[in-house]
Write a protein that binds this ligand. Structure first.
Ligand SMILES: [Zn+2]
Length: 98
């Protein structure tokens, strides 16, 4: 399992390129929505961006429900990366491949 480290600063997030790390942009996604930026746990090129909702799954597809935690984030459903094939869950702050 890979720890999901949050970077509040998007510039530092992009500079570090830490696999499994993430940055949440609350200015994207509308009310109760946000953009979840992350570097794939497998270490491939990134970052990727997916739309999330605070404890709700936005109506846009595809999208994910986020539990609201920055230290122990959970996303639902699972995340599948089309470019590298990585597939797994972010649960309680850890990426777990399936
Ligand atoms: Zn990957």
């Amino acid at each position: 399992m890979i720890r999901a480290i949050e970077f509040p600063d998007p510039a530092e997030f992009r500079r570090r390129e830490l696999p499994g790390s993430f940055h949440i942009d609350l200015t994207q996604g509308g009310p109760n929505g946000a953009a979840f930026w992350f570097f794939c746990p497998c270490g491939c090129d990134g970052p990727s961006r997916i739309p999330i909702g605070l404890r709700i799954k936005p109506e846009t597809e595809p999208s994910w429900s986020w539990n609201g935690s920055l230290s122990e984030p959970t996303l639902s459903p699972s995340v599948r990366q089309l470019n590298c094939g990585w597939h797994g869950w972010l649960r309680d702050g850890y990426w777990e491949s399936v």
